[in-house]
Design a protein around this ligand. Structure first.
Ligand SMILES: Nc1ncnc2c1ncn2[C@@H]1O[C@H](COP(=O)(O)OP(=O)(O)OP(=O)(O)O)[C@@H](O)[C@H]1O
Ligand SMILES: [Mg+2]
Length: 244
């Protein structure tokens, strides 16, 4: 059974279709990369997975249980789905350590010393221990993303969902965070990742889902996709990326 099974997912905003009958499976230990032009619905799809966006229709099963609908315990669901955003989404009034312990304390109910211990363990994996007392404004973009990833992983999520984790970073930091995500992949963390970064996509996943105006147009090996000579939209998308 797939960890996440999406079937015929539809999302409309004010009558405008943003996702049209999207179906996908994410197996445990698998990494799926989602690519597509701006506005194609990538973030909306990710946000449906943890109920930040309510689908118009269709089904999403997580560990075999339906997670759309009013009866679902959204808090329990979010404990198991770690999210990492392009803009880091750290709390600016909290230190690095407090950013990581917040969910452990509020969602997992850990006491302060246990939460600190767990958070420091995660921060040490990303070489951020020395920065534990800093505020987000005192960190570089790459460091902020390390904290955001440590914060997500501290919750021991079943899956890590990453929405353009490197696109707010300069090329050097972007490589650094990409290497780190590649390390998570090597360690068998289940992930679904939206990225425009071809080399990150190539490193972490064999196959890429290509979303075009809310429709999955391809589920293909990235070298096949980027060499596509048949589909003009896919060709244009990857042509642009290669030129960057
Ligand atoms: N809350 C919302 N209300 C209305 N329209 C929305 C909302 N969120 C997204 N949309 C629209 O849905 C479409 C898809 O947006 P989405 O953010 O999913 O695209 P994306 O593929 O992630 O784009 P990008 O690469 O720029 O991040 C866009 O046309 C966007 O304007
Ligand atoms: Mg987006």
């Amino acid at each position: 059974m797939a960890l996440i099974q999406v079937r015929n997912l539809v999302k409309e905003f004010a009558g405008q279709s943003v996702l049209s009958n999207v179906s996908l499976d994410l197996q445990e230990g698998e990494v799926k990369v989602l690519m597509g032009s701006s506005g194609s619905g990538k973030s909306t799809l990710l946000r449906c997975l943890n109920r930040l966006v309510e689908p118009t229709s269709g089904s999403i099963q997580f560990k075999g249980a339906e997670i759309t609908g009013a009866h679902v315990n959204v808090r329990e669901l979010r404990k198991q789905i770690g999210f990492v955003f392009q803009q880091f989404a750290l709390y600016s009034h909290l230190t690095v350590l407090e950013n990581v312990t917040l969910g452990l304390r509020k969602l997992q109910g850990l006491g302060l010393s246990q939460a600190n211990e767990k958070a420091l363990f995660e921060l040490s994996k990303f070489e951020m221990t020395a920065h534990q007392s800093k505020y987000p404004s005192q960190l570089s973009g790459g460091q902020k993303q390390r904290v955001a990833i440590a914060r997500a992983l501290a919750m021991d999520p079943a899956v890590l969902v990453l929405d353009e984790p490197t696109s707010a970073l300069d090329p050097v930091m972007s490589r650094d965070v990409a290497d780190l995500i590649n390390g998570l992949h090597v360690n068998g963390i289940t992930m679904i990742c939206v990225t425009h970064d071809l080399s990150l996509a190539k490193n972490i996943s064999d196959r890429v889902l290509f979303l075009d105006k809310g429709v999955i147009r391809a589920d293909e090996r990235i070298d096949v996709l980027s060499g596509n000579q048949v589909d003009a939209d896919i060709q244009a998308f990857f042509g642009e990326r290669a030129a960057n």
